[in-house]
Write a protein that binds this ligand. Structure first.
Ligand code: UDP
Ligand code: GLC
Length: 397
């Protein structure tokens, strides 16, 4: 059997949840059945990760205005117009490139800009939109609505996201399926926590509470910092970690690390809270270094890959109760849920879990068995491959 060629389109090349999820999928993909190729919007860590897997990877650099166009940026009308004006000529160029990669059985798009691009370049191939965010407002949302009929299938990373896309684009309704993300279980089970603490000069032996994630405005690091202040007032031996960095490919992100550092210093946390910046290959070690993991998004989290990574690392997790998170976490069973944006509730939850070692062990133990059962990279790949077969086979999704 000749493997069927799939072109993966990813708008960015930094390593966030969408990209880590894609890498996990491609690691577990059955290469006898599918031949993956990738086209990215710019150079970066994702490119390296894909090349390490032996995946042919091209960079189709986005024109600057399109690259800057994003939901975190207060785009002026002129910026929006120039971003949208650059789309067609870019699409013509990349369509020619996509034709050169024929025969493609499928285009799998992994991000809003890529969904639009996929609709332009698909030619005779089928198109699968992998939707990982809530549908955007404004022009991007309207363009997606117009492009939606070109998608042969849609897979959402959570029921919450699927529901939102169905509500926004009723025409997509019957074509949307859900596939929760998977995680490389052995990788996260074998993180070296002590080593990570040594390498980053983090307090050996101190109870360490950490937050891992991009420093995007809605990820709630400021909620974590304020909660840390309250926790420290009660338990002065506690230490805190923020792992992650600004994302520079979409305007509006930069400078947040400085803001957060200033906030932490202003609250007198300089000696008790550390920022590591972005962590790439040591990511499993970062989780292993923690006693307690925190997710604190202030807007509904579409899925929350950090939640399943913490679970796979065998760490108790406190997570914000919205979006896809409550599909993963059952409060008091395999994790702890707090209302998004609620500093007091987060501080109380951290204190409760720090004080109750049995509860921490119970949550982490259950989390670890749940993640094995429901979120392995292998079962995720099987689910996505079944969707590929359905779409490529021509059966309506
Ligand atoms: N991440 C990372 N290094 C960091 C911080 C975060 O590799 O320094 C990864 C993390 O391991 C996770 C992803 O970024 O896989 C964040 O995914 P999530 O779905 O939680 O949120 P997103 O940023 O995609 O909205
Ligand atoms: C997006 C979402 C995040 C999700 C990730 C992987 O980045 O923001 O919640 O976990 O995609 O599907």
């Amino acid at each position: 059997m000749t493997p069927r060629r799939i072109l993966y389109l990813n708008p960015s090349a930094h390593l966030g949840g969408a990209e880590r999820s894609l890498v996990g999928l491609l690691e577990a993909l059955d290469r006898r059945a599918f031949e993956p190729l990738a086209a990215l919007g710019h150079h970066g860590l994702l490119e390296n990760a894909l090349r390490r897997l032996g995946i042919a990877c091209e960079v189709w650099p986005w024109p600057p205005a399109l690259l800057r166009y994003g939901r975190y940026h207060a785009n002026s009308a002129a910026a929006k117009i120039s971003a949208l004006a650059q789309l067609p000529s870019y699409a013509v160029r990349v369509r020619a490139r996509a034709r050169a990669l024929a025969p493609l059985a499928l285009v799998h798009s992994n991000g809003i800009k890529s969904h639009l691009l996929g609709a332009w370049i698909k030619g005779g191939a089928k198109l699968l939109w992998h939707v990982r965010d809530f549908p955007p407002a404004g022009e991007a949302g309207r363009l997606l609505g117009a492009a939606a009929r070109r998608a042969d299938g849609v897979v959402a990373n959570s029921y919450a996201v699927a529901q939102a896309w169905k509500a926004r684009y009723p025409r997509l309704g019957g074509r949307i399926e859900v596939a929760h993300n998977g995680v490389n279980l052995p990788q996260f089970a074998h993180g070296q926590g002590e080593l990570f603490r040594q390498r980053h000069q983090l307090w050996p032996g101190a109870p360490l509470v950490g937050m891992i994630g991009v420093l995007a405005p809605w990820k709630g690091q400021e909620i974590f910092i304020q909660a840390a202040r309250r926790v420290l007032d009660v338990r002065p031996d506690t230490r805190f970690l923020i792992v992650g960095d600004d994302v520079y490919d979409t305007a509006g992100h930069g400078g947040r690390r400085q803001e957060l550092e200033r906030m932490a210093a202003g609250l007198g946390l300089s000696d008790a809270l550390r920022f590591t910046g972005f962590v790439d290959e040591e990511i499993a070690d970062a989780y292993a270094a923690l006693d307690l993991a925190v997710h604190a998004s202030t807007r509904p989290e579409p899925f929350g890959r950090v939640v399943i990574e913490a679970m796979a690392a065998g760490k108790p997790i406190i997570a914000a109760d919205d979006g896809g998170v409550p599909e993963i976490i059952r409060h008091g069973e395999n994790g702890w849920l707090t209302p998004p944006g609620d500093v007091e509730a987060l501080a109380l939850a951290i204190l409760k879990l720090l004080e109750d070692q049995d509860l921490r062990a119970k949550l982490a133990g259950r989390a670890k068995s749940d993640v094995k059962l429901n979120y392995s990279a292998e079962s995720h790949a099987l689910r996505i491959q079944a969707i590929y077969n359905k779409i490529i086979g021509g059966t309506p999704v």
